[in-house]
Ligand binder design. Structure first.
Ligand code: CTP
Ligand code: CA
Length: 221
């Protein structure tokens, strides 16, 4: 009874989360994406909701069902994800960037399907850089508490702390991708100004709850 009546750790807080991959079109039938499944971001959205937060989840294409009680907004491209985040971030106390946002988009998207031509004439794609959503949120005049994610293929310990500083986020969560993409288990390392905290291998929903506990503690909740 006591636990049922106790206020939840994120009651009254608004949490904004990005999740999943983005999809960057080449032409009407093709595009570039990545191996993010969205499972970690959705698990974090569910855990934040369980902790009493009002949760908005800006999601790239995943095929996952929206967690119960979470306001999910579907987007496709990194630019759309950026615009959806920036339009809503005001009034949020926490921003968690879990999405695997495409770093580049195709500079000139063809309005028609690009046709195959015989011989050597293969298409040459030009790219331009997408906006950095996490950096844009962290650079706001009074930003929410910002949490970044990093999937590194090697040297996670070095890249994690370097990325935390570069992104100017108080907390950065590292995982060893892409081996864990799409799986139900993961293993996390939290980087903050105190140092590193290791969450050993567990299912993504348990890890998400532990992460939300850490965030609530840092907010003083
Ligand atoms: N991120 C973002 N917008 C982007 C790129 C990344 O919001 N255009 C966020 C991700 O959601 C993640 C964090 O930034 O929380 C780190 O993403 P990552 O791809 O690891 O870092 P980058 O700065 O893009 O560096 P690199 O890919 O070269 O390692
Ligand atoms: Ca990147």
């Amino acid at each position: 009874i006591v636990t049922a009546l106790a206020p939840k750790r994120l009651s009254g807080r608004k949490v904004l989360i990005t999740a999943g991959p983005t999809f960057e079109p080449i032409d009407p039938v093709r595009g570039i994406t990545n191996l993010s499944s969205g499972k970690m971001g959705y698990a974090i959205a569910r855990a934040a909701r369980e902790a009493g937060a009002e949760v908005t989840l800006i999601s790239g294409p995943t095929g996952l069902a929206a967690p119960h009680g979470v306001n999910r907004i579907k987007v496709v491209t990194a630019q759309q994800m950026h615009d959806a985040v920036m339009a809503r971030v005001a009034g949020h106390q926490v921003f968690i960037g879990v999405a695997a946002v495409a770093d580049w988009r195709v500079a000139e998207v063809s309005a028609q399907k690009i046709k195959k031509k015989d011989g050597h004439d293969v298409p040459q794609l030009k790219f331009e850089q997408n906006p950095d959503i996490l950096a844009a949120v962290a650079a706001l005049p009074s930003p929410p508490y910002c949490v970044g994610f990093a999937a590194e293929s090697e040297e996670l310990l070095r890249h994690g702390e370097e990325k935390r500083r570069r992104k100017r986020t108080p907390l950065l969560v590292g995982n060893i991708g892409p081996q864990t993409f799409g799986l139900d288990d993961n293993e996390l390392i939290l980087f903050d100004e105190q140092g590193q905290t290791h969450f050993p291998r567990a299912d993504k929903q348990s890890l998400a709850r532990s992460l939300i506990d850490e965030i609530a503690r840092r907010l003083g909740g």
